[in-house]
Design a protein. Structure first.
Length: 577
DNA sequence: GCCGTTTTCGGCCCGACTGTTTTCAGTCG
């Protein structure tokens, strides 16, 4: 069997390993930085790096890093990695992931105490570390405690959980009398699909009292650092696990710089500052400084970008993914917003595995101001989800038609989430599909058939005249299940050819397709449906997470199907493919 | 190692906090 080419994530991880091993070895800083940037470039690329003619087309990838990538794609161990692994135990990479332990420390623990793994570090006597120059009792105990607590299954928060916790913390900060302004920052503000830790920023004339109140709040489980302008604490996550939170505080007049600095991304900030340096300006979280001068505070982000000749870049685009070039020419897209959505095209009811009824879901959609709603329950072969037999589908169709008569506020359509069977055929015959208003096709079984077979399977389904969109095209479940092997670039090409849309599933543990893939699809001229896949009334509100991801894909209103007003959506349905 | 609207060579973002130090390295974001 042919081995699948490495994914962007796998390539990026391999480059990260090179980075960490080089750091431990003590390689020249800028050489390491170059590999680091190449790793980020690979991770952020929308298409498949393995399928590129030459990886050198990627930013920050030159002769050497392109060679490494090509080796990995073609199944060879790159020379630089081989060399590093011969020299340094690979298990030290894990040691550097411990909080407070970086590559320098890991390198010294290895060279001076023969520590090569987290387990060995945990078994150490603090006195042994304390005996090393520059390490005291406190550092020794912290390191060992971190090693004992270390959990390999490093989970990141899903966007809905992170949002819930973040909004609660923000409310606390905003309600403090010393707070003038406060916002969420970091990856949560950029609306990344998962969030590692939470960042908050605040403007206050009395940072000390705000910082003290924050560390003393009832939700704080532990204090990591406590200064007057910076506080790091831990709070409880959804499963009781520890979540790191940083709060940064500045004077109100410098709030714009602070908010920008802690919104990131790191890569975006680095490029912005490099551009500034070329104009003789230094940027920090305290403002803009003409070379050598004191920083001039910047109260708003808009002002900061304007000071560098750029239009305002929304947080979702701050990834060093071409936003600077677009902002320079004032060509940033007008990003889609949640209120642009006119309907949800993929929701379930209790006919299959949903909790709501046709009418309760309709009423929830009316409350959101939608103009239309499409019911897409599972098809017959998906027994575990109570898939509908043709008879029950007819019964449901009748109920949807009746309910549609009852509600003047909303148009109700009856569709189906039809299984794409292993051979690419659909789970209902054409004469049944022809009776439906809208068909979403999806894979729910036989995930491990290999990339070629899976790609062909889904392409075949796209060629059905009834299939209007493909739901959760890669099948991943965040924190639980990797995507099945499939060539997304070939799916995009077939979607364009067959005039089939692709779904951006808004469920917080799916968010499938990924932002980079959605962006590639849009660039290819493929239209996107952002659907919640709601299984109860409350889940209709997941739309905001799907829209967040669409924004990170540079989507504007016109790139989506379900931003169409009812009249146009109905016309689109009747026109066929 | 990568990159180019002063550069194909000489630069490469910036600062807070901690611990162990009397001036700073390491880590983190």
């Amino acid at each position: 069997m042919q081995k699948n080419p490495p994914t962007n994530a796998e390539l990026s991880r391999a480059l990260e390993t090179v980075v960490t091993l080089m750091e431990i070895r003590g390689d020249e800083h800028y050489r390491v930085l170059a590999y680091q940037r190449a790793a980020e470039s690979v991770a952020n690329y929308g298409g498949s790096v393995s399928e590129m003619a030459s990886p050198k087309e990627l930013p920050h990838v030159g002769q050497a890093t392109a060679g490494v990538i090509t080796d990995l794609v073609e199944g060879r161990t790159p020379g630089v990695l081989e060399e590093l692994m011969a020299e340094i135990p690979r298990s030290l990479v894990e040691v550097t992931r411990l909080p407070g332990v970086g590559p320098r420390t890991a390198g010294r623990l290895w060279k001076e105490l023969d520590v090569t793994s987290v387990e060995q570090l945990a078994a150490l006597d603090p006195k042994e570390i304390g005996g090393l120059k520059g390490f005291g009792k406190k550092s020794a105990e912290k390191m060992i405690a971190a090693a004992e607590k270390y959990d390999v299954t490093e989970r990141r928060l899903l966007l809905d959980d992170a949002t819930a916790i973040g909004e609660r913390l923000l409310e606390f900060v905003r309600s403090h009398p010393a707070t003038k302004r406060a916002d969420l920052a970091g990856s949560l503000r950029r609306r990344k699909e998962t969030v590692g830790d939470l960042d908050l920023v605040a403007a206050s004339g009395d940072g000390k009292s705000l910082a003290n109140a924050f560390v003393g709040a009832e939700f704080v489980r532990g204090v990591v650092a406590h200064g007057e302008t910076k506080v790091s604490v831990q709070v409880a996550g959804p499963d009781g696990e520890a979540v790191d939170v940083d709060l940064r505080i500045v004077e109100p007049e410098a709030y714009g710089s602070l908010l920008h600095h802690f919104t990131g991304s790191q890569a975006h900030n680095v490029v912005l500052r490099e551009r500034a340096v070329k104009r003789g300006i230094n940027i920090s979280e305290y403002g803009l400084a003409r070379s050598g001068g004191e920083p001039q505070p910047v109260a708003s982000e808009k002002e900061l970008y304007a000071g560098l000749g750029l239009s305002y870049i929304p947080p979702e685009l701050r990834e060093d993914g071409g936003e600077f070039e677009a902002a320079e020419r004032d060509e940033l897209p007008h990003l889609v917003q949640t209120q642009d959505i006119r309907g949800d095209l993929h929701v379930h009811t209790n006919y299959s595995d949903g909790k709501g009824t046709v009418r309760s879901m309709a009423e929830a959609a009316i409350a959101l101001g939608y103009e239309y709603l499409v019911f897409c329950d599972h098809s017959q072969s998906l027994r575990v989800a109570n898939g509908l037999s043709p008879e029950r589908l007819k019964q449901k169709l009748k109920e949807v038609r009746e309910a549609d008569e009852e509600y003047s506020e909303i148009k109700l359509y009856c569709g189906s989430e039809v299984d794409i069977l292993k051979d690419g055929t659909l789970d209902y015959t054409d004469d049944i599909l022809a009776e439906l208003d809208f068909v979403v096709a999806a894979v729910h079984t036989s995930f491990n058939i290999g990339e070629e077979a899976m790609t062909e399977r889904i392409r075949r389904a796209m060629n059905s005249e009834f299939v209007r969109t493909v739901a959760h095209p890669t099948g991943r479940i965040l924190n639980r299940r990797d995507p099945y092997a499939v060539s997304v670039s070939r799916l995009i090409e077939e979607a364009r050819r067959t005039n089939t849309a692709l779904e951006l599933n808004a469920y917080p543990d799916r968010l499938d397709l990924k932002a980079e893939q959605v962006r590639t699809a849009i660039q290819a001229g493929v239209r996107i449906t952002v659907d919640t896949d709601a299984h109860d009334e409350g889940a209709l509100s997941f739309m905001r997470f799907g829209i967040a991801q669409a924004r990170r894909a540079w989507a504007s209103k016109g790139d989506l199907i379900n931003t169409l007003p009812l009249f146009d959506f109905d016309k689109y349905l009747r026109a066929g493919k």
